[in-house]
Design a protein around this ligand. Sequence first.
Ligand code: LLP
Length: 477
Amino acid sequence: MARTHEAGQLHAPGSSSIAIVPGWLNAPADVNELLPQLWARTVERGADGALRVGGVSVADLAAEHGTPLFVLDEVDFRARATAFRDAFADAFAELCGGADVYYAAKSFIATGVARWLAEDGLGLDAASAGELELGLRGGVPGARIVVHGNNKSRGEIEKALRAGVGRVVVDNLQEIDTVADVARSLGVVAPVMLRVTVGVEAHTHSYIATAHEDQKFGLSLAGGAAEAAVVRVLARPELRLTGLHSHIGSQIFDMGGFEVSARRLLGLQRTVEREHGATLPEMDLGGGFGVAYTSEHDPLPPQEIAGRLAEIVARECLAQGIAVPRISVEPGRAIAAPSTFTLYEVGTTKDVQLDAGVRRRYVSVDGGMSDNVRTALYDADYSATLASRASTAPGVLSRVVGKHCESGDVVVKDEFLPADAGAGDLLAVPGTGAYCRSMASNYNQLPRPAVVSVREGASTVLVRRETPEDLLALDAG
Ligand code: LLP
């Protein structure tokens, strides 16, 4: 039954029965506790109670680099990247000689990050000329780069082919001809994969689910668009079809979607091999592996993800009677998100009395939806902790909000923060390494924050803070 009230739904009688505290959030016994699954591995509370990461205290980071600040633990990022690399290499060693991991640059990329990927032997998934350029600048070899996009420009395709990328993932029928034409003009043969829409409903937010039929990405299996695309690619001598690709969505915990996706891709692979006489040596299962933003999430470790995918691929190839192609995956979030927290300074606070005798404290910080739009855009959950000191005060139900002129400017919807947290304290929000700085905006003319990496007692700027002058320089006057 809809409840209505002249001042809006929230004022309707009985609306307090809409849970105020989410089921997964419990008042903590100790407000200073750090749940290990939420934090990068070198984060700890120092003897003074303040957070330290990579041997550097947050007070020093804030003093040197200002706030808001994205603080990336280099050791953690590289450990997660190499864990994916090794888990997939091991799990697929016997099946197809190993597997390749392409880090998804869209989650977060800077030249410094690309340098780590290059050194650590990972590949890069680039979804634009800009992401490609940063990968190349960091020294990722072209052959280890995959280029994506549902509307790549001719310029982007040309840049990719000149860089000698390992694969261009073709997203639609027109693009087949465009890539072939550009390849001919450059006198090269372009290695291409086909992005197949496998019709899987991934269990995630609809904005980040990408393999159901009614959306913009890829060539549908249903109705034969994907098979027609295969025929079209095979007819162009400027193209070399290396395999099929599917990405079913993001922040996924359930391997069931990957299972259906692999089965359907391998079914098409079989058709291509039997009916069109082409061998496809590679297959890409995309990214999308979930991470913990709060205590409600329980992600699988890379070894388990790789092991389960290997089982699925082995079983399906056997069932279809085809050889196992070389598998690759494209994790972004699972590597980047947990490596980073955002450091904010607290400004104003206010308490609101809710129905049922519950109070909510609004804690305003010096950033907001311009540095983390995920809460507003996807209703995402995050956690937060008082970072500049420990507290003996009890936890109070709080909502961390930004400084933008918009009531939806929420960073952390629900968290128990110490009752004595207030102006001048530093607050840290973990899990912000993916899709936060990369989706940042200048809303309300706020300069975007810096990203610093920390390691062994030193911090390094990966992306410098924007200045008001940077923004003014864009204004034509
Ligand atoms: N490969 C392809 C083709 C993709 O489209 C994506 C993400 C990935 C790999 C990496 O997915 P990941 O492992 O990071 O989940 N802005 C949204 C996420 C959009 C993801 C777009 N594609 C968010 O903040 O949740």
